[in-house]
Design a binder for this molecule. Structure first.
Ligand SMILES: *Cc1c(COP(=O)(O)O)cnc(C)c1O
Length: 341
């Protein structure tokens, strides 16, 4: 591939073939040493549990090239731990943290030429994937597993600047049940969110904001991102048993505290939306995607968050701070960065 033809700043959030991916297999109670391959294909048995019974979990994290030329991976350890929690949730073999880290670092290093230059706004997206690959016809967990890490360069999330977008509440859909699998990062939750997500996109919304599935009163999270609101110098994010614990959200809570703000994780009634000065969706892809307005579509209610159509000052400050740490422009005071040597 001729790298000089890549327009880094205009890459989308899509798949681009890179040079290598890294794999480790679990068999007879042991994980193999992570090994690179150039193949983009996986050969597996047609009765593999990942294909029938959804034994599949994934992660999403990023690596950035700094002004100093160094490559930084953001919160590698926390992603490794979260994948373990996903394994426990759907009875998959638990991948040792060290193997997760080794495979990710190897995949990043081997694809160094795909790590976008500093200043392009682009980054290297890292996708670890864990699947059950032994055949079962009865509903039982797999005996064998495959862990794969591939990477792909992705463009800046905000091509037209850091601008708020509207989100929708659709009461006839739930993403995850209160005591279900919402707290783990598995494909099944995404399958459950596709119909409502498609409806939202077609209607001009950037995402669905789900309410709690049981009472339909409290804010839960967006399809692939957590929710936060800001008022009275307080960062408020929902507490629920069906939310995926976003590592970006946890990082922003720490930064908000560093800035002298109060942080609350508690139930948020839908009606409280009318009191927020700012609100946003948070996740690895965008860090923060500010919310313009929330429409409760079936109830014909609308909550305006951004009165001037611009991102609020606190969201902007939090966003710049976190991006600065990721790029190495700001000191890594919390130990969130792994430098790839
Ligand atoms: C991955 C994910 C997020 C964001 O988590 P980050 O660790 O911040 O990337 C939020 N919600 C859901 C449902 C997710 O799967």
């Amino acid at each position: 591939m001729d790298m000089s033809t890549i327009d880094w700043a205009n890459l989308t959030f899509g798949y681009m073939k890179t040079d290598y991916n890294v794999r480790s297999y679990y068999k007879d109670g042991k994980w193999s040493t992570p090994q690179e391959t150039t193949s983009e294909e996986i050969t597996m048995h047609m009765a593999s549990t990942c294909l029938h019974y959804g034994q599949e979990a994934f992660e999403g994290l990023k690596a950035f090239r700094g002004k100093d030329g160094k490559v930084r991976i953001f919160r590698l350890h926390e992603n490794a731990i979260r994948m373990q929690s996903s394994s426990h949730g759907i009875l998959m073999a638990v991948l040792p943290v060290e193997i997760f880290k080794e495979a990710v670092i190897k995949a990043v290093k081997l694809n160094d030429r795909f790590i976008p230059p500093y200043g392009s706004g682009a980054s290297l997206y890292i996708r670890p994937l864990l699947i059950g690959i032994s055949p079962q016809v009865g509903v039982k967990p797999s005996k064998e597993y495959l862990f794969v890490v591939f990477v792909t360069p992705v463009g800046p999330y905000f091509k037209e600047g850091f601008k708020p977008t509207p989100v929708a509440i659709y009461r006839q859909y739930d993403r995850a049940a209160p005591l279900g699998t919402g707290t783990i990062k598995i494909g099944g939750n995404y399958a459950a969110s596709l119909v409502a997500g498609d409806m939202a996109h077609k209607a001009g919304y950037s995402a669905v904001l789900y309410l709690d599935a049981k009472e339909k009163k409290y804010l839960d999270e967006c399809g692939p991102a957590n929710f936060f609101g800001i008022k009275d110098n307080t960062y408020i994010t929902p507490k629920s048993t069906s939310i995926l614990p976003s590592i970006t959200n946890e990082s922003l809570m720490r930064l908000a505290e560093d800035m002298g703000m109060k942080v609350e994780r508690r139930q948020i009634l839908e009606e409280e939306l009318s009191t927020f000065e700012e609100a946003g969706q948070v996740g690895t892809a965008a860090v923060i995607s500010p919310i313009l307005r929330v429409d409760d579509v079936e109830e014909d209610k609308s909550y305006i968050i951004s009165k001037d159509g611009k991102a609020g000052p606190i969201s902007t400050k939090l966003y710049n701070k976190l991006k600065g740490i990721q790029l190495g422009d700001e000191p890594d005071t919390h130990g969130w960065i792994t430098i790839v040597e």
